[in-house]
Design a protein around this ligand. Structure first.
Ligand code: TYD
Ligand code: MG
Length: 452
């Protein structure tokens, strides 16, 4: 008879405890423990068994070299984020907020490749998926749908069908009959992923898993899930805007600095080849409070438009609000402008927005933010031919940022005439770029140069 044991698992981080706890000792979250039945059966333990016949230590130079073959998809952005295509036998987890387009992205992948694909959905009916596929307007004669949540069934069907790629939507809906706890619980998610991982490695079939995301943005279920898979991709963006960013958080076969940019249309997701051109609004008017920053997202230079609105506070406490930019950083920049440069912003409402609904963490946007605020405050437009790329320090100094040459060439490529950078940027060959480069050390110098 098999021995049935139950344990308590933290639903946030996967910590296991023999009794219920109010606060998780590992991740310090409250009220996350749920009792789950852990059935210790022979079947379950196989994954970690030690009786493998052919495991022997080998000298590293004796290991057979394998030509790394990758399946290049039609979607260049997707290839790039994966590090050059899909690696056979890899297991990739795609996370993202609900409704951001995870199912759309992978269904699009399933029906745009000339591969035999098995698309398993535990969330939508096959008719719903068909409707979506019709909407995408693509056809793959060999894309099979399976609406099933039992993992054993899925593996059985896959063994029969022998697909070249498997997509699971989503890992939280699957359950393995080896384990008694409910779908979406830590032990189920972990067990299902382990079995799929084994299946992928044995058959060299790439498997894509869609994962739900918790309210603080991490992938729902245990962190162990992220450790088990080969790559973790995150799909993000503002649902009210059309742009979506595909980031790689972990990748065993490539760099995690890669970034894919998509637009969500009525007929699916479309890769964006030249994001800088799109993120900048092309009005003829010269408006105050708008500046252009040369930022780098992942490895890609990206010009973004910063919009600021400064007005006298209607009530006692001035409001500060920012979208797409860290509001603490905005407060810091405002304090620097007030204290070091003497601009009276203390009694002003300040609203900041990064156009296109994207989020920017790159510190090189600081100078553009400060200049947008000053431009709106004075109601003086910044000439449309000027871009900025520098960080601002607490004493108001303009600091150098990394990969400045890449930023400069992006600015030059898009036809700007002048770019303001830090005086302390090292190793820049100014002659190489066909634009006016203005190195500055203080914000006052920038103000004089731009508004003069
Ligand atoms: P979906 O892929 O279902 O999101 P997820 O699986 O991440 O929850 O995407 C749903 C959203 O995408 C939905 O709000 C509608 C929008 N959408 C489009 O704008 N165009 C399309 O062609 C499709 C299929 C969806
Ligand atoms: Mg979905």
């Amino acid at each position: 008879m098999s021995k049935i044991k139950s344990a308590f698992f933290c639903q946030n981080c996967g910590y296991e405890a023999p009794k219920w706890l109010g606060k998780c000792p590992s991740c310090h979250e409250w009220n996350t423990f749920v009792e789950e039945i852990v059935e210790k059966q022979g079947k379950n333990v196989v994954a970690f068994s030690t009786d493998s016949r052919n495991s022997k230590p080998l000298l590293i130079q004796e290991v057979e070299q394998q030509q790394e073959e990758r399946i290049a998809t039609h979607d260049e952005e997707f290839n790039r984020v994966l590090g050059g295509g899909i690696v056979p036998g890899s297991i990739v987890l795609l996370g993202g907020d609900p409704g951001i387009g995870k199912s759309t992205l992978l269904l699009q992948l399933a029906i745009s490749e000339k591969l035999k694909v098995l698309y398993v959905s535990g969330e939508e009916s096959d008719r719903q998926i068909r409707m979506r596929a019709d909407r995408l307007g693509l056809k793959n004669e060999t894309c099979f749908l399976l609406t099933e949540t039992n993992l054993q069934q899925i593996v059985l069907q896959a063994q029969e069908l022998k697909p070249e790629m498997i997509i699971i939507d989503s890992i939280q809906t699957l359950f393995s009959s080896n384990i008694e706890s409910s779908p979406g619980s830590i032990s189920q998610v972990r067990e299902c992923t382990a079995q799929l991982l084994r299946y992928a490695k044995q058959t060299s079939i790439p498997v894509f898993l869609i994962g739900h995301i918790t309210k603080d943005g991490s992938i729902a279920g245990p962190k162990v899930l992220e450790h088990m898979v080969d790559a973790v991709l995150q799909f993000e963006g503002d649902r009210n805007h059309i742009y979506r960013l595909l980031r790689s958080i972990k990748n065993r076969f490539g760099s995690t600095n890669e970034l894919g940019i998509y637009e969500m249309h009525g007929a699916g997701l479309r890769p964006v080849d030249n994001p800088s051109e799109i993120l900048i609004s092309n009005t003829d008017q010269n408006l105050s409070g708008v500046s252009i920053a040369s930022t780098i997202e992942g490895l890609r230079p990206l010009l973004v438009e910063v919009q600021a609105l400064v007005s006298s506070a209607a009530y006692g406490t001035p409001q500060r609000s920012s979208t797409g930019f860290d509001s603490k950083r905005l407060n810091m920049l405002l304090a620097v402008l007030e204290k070091r440069c003497g601009f009276k912003l203390g009694a002003k409402d300040v609203f900041l927005n990064i156009a296109g609904g994207i989020k920017v963490d790159d510190p090189a946007i600081d100078l553009a933010v400060a200049m947008a605020v000053l431009s709106s405050n004075a109601d003086l437009p910044i000439p449309k031919t000027v871009a900025f790329a520098a960080e601002i320090g607490l004493s108001g100094e303009i600091r150098a940022v990394n990969r400045i040459e890449q930023r400069l060439s992006e600015v030059a490529k898009l036809g700007y005439e002048k770019v303001i950078i830090s005086k302390y940027s090292k190793g820049v060959d100014f002659k190489k770029f066909n634009i006016e480069i203005v190195p500055c050390a203080k914000i006052e110098e920038v103000v004089k140069n731009v508004f003069a």
